[in-house]
Design a protein around this ligand. Structure first.
Ligand code: OAD
Length: 251
């Protein structure tokens, strides 16, 4: 009987080898990583943008027009995020760090689940559902009930408070973009997890990683705009794939 020479180890085994050998990671995450925690994504068939129009709840104009509607939307996001917990995908990324790797997470998510899973270095590119900002004095605060009073006002200057989220038509914080650029430059492996890679400038980080010759490993339940250019594209659920990618190292 002849044995097959060099059987194809499959994309997961190849990705594991890359991850095992690298020390420095940047991770671009999107709503898909929190899907298995029960939080809705945006563009899937059951996603938030199927039930709400972006123009009604996620633009500065929407907030000017109907702040109550916007606050109700974000109160619902806060309530949902509060009542769930990080899943195996978030936990696997935190574990990668525990194993001595440098891991910088660049998340488009505003739910705080990476931090709750124990990841230490998290840049929230689109802001945080847990932080609010005064439209008058600009003060930022986090000490609020899970669902804020509709409408909430600033203790200091009495102006209306808004969610500290980067809405469509608004610029990302330059400090966050600079942190993302540094993470991209420093990493050997750029993981892209649970994002449709459609929203700029976050998505462009993944394409820049490809151009810079980084090992780009994508995990998504379906192919995306990035899949064809990624070094390895793993089709599967983040909560299943990430633990399989990370488990077993450091022993
Ligand atoms: P999207 O809803 O656009 O994409 C979610 C992606 O996750 C899709 O590609 C799904 O195939 C994938 N997915 C879903 N469940 C998954 C699972 N369990 N495991 C792996 N992949 C899964 O969400 P984002 O790409 O995060 O911005 O969207 C980017 C930005 O657009 C958001 O931050 C938000 C939105 O409008 C603002 O609200 C400012």
């Amino acid at each position: 009987m002849t044995q097959k020479p060099n059987p194809d180890p499959g994309p997961l085994a190849a990705a594991r080898r890359i991850v095992d050998q690298a020390q420095n990671f940047a991770v671009l995450s999107g709503a898909g990583i929190s899907a298995e925690s029960g939080l809705a994504t945006f563009r899937d068939s059951d996603g938030l943008w199927e039930q709400h129009r972006v123009e009604d709840v996620a633009t500065p104009e929407a907030f000017e027009r109907d702040p109550r509607l916007v606050w109700r939307f974000y109160n619902a996001r806060r309530k949902a995020a509060h009542s769930t917990r990080p899943n195996a995908g978030h936990i696997a990324l935190a574990r990668l760090e525990e194993l001595g790797k440098s891991v910088h997470i660049l998340t488009q998510n505003v739910d705080g689940l990476h931090q709750r899973a124990g990841s230490a270095k998290v840049t929230e590119l689109h802001g945080s559902a847990w932080r609010v900002r005064c439209t008058g004095c600009g003060a930022k605060s986090t000490d609020h009930p899970i669902e804020l009073h509709v409408l909430p006002y600033c203790d200091k200057c009495s102006a209306l408070l808004r969610p500290d989220i980067v809405w469509f038509g608004e610029a990302l914080d330059p400090a966050d973009l600079a942190a993302a650029a540094r993470a991209l430059e420093a990493c050997q492996v750029f993981l892209v997890v649970g994002t449709s890679a459609q929203v700029q400038p976050a998505a462009s980080l993944a394409f820049q990683a490809v151009e810079l010759g980084k090992s780009v490993i994508e995990i998504n339940k379906a192919p995306t705009l990035l899949s064809a250019s990624a070094t390895i594209s793993l089709i599967g659920l983040a909560g299943d794939m990430l633990p399989r990618l990370v488990s077993g190292f450091g022993h």
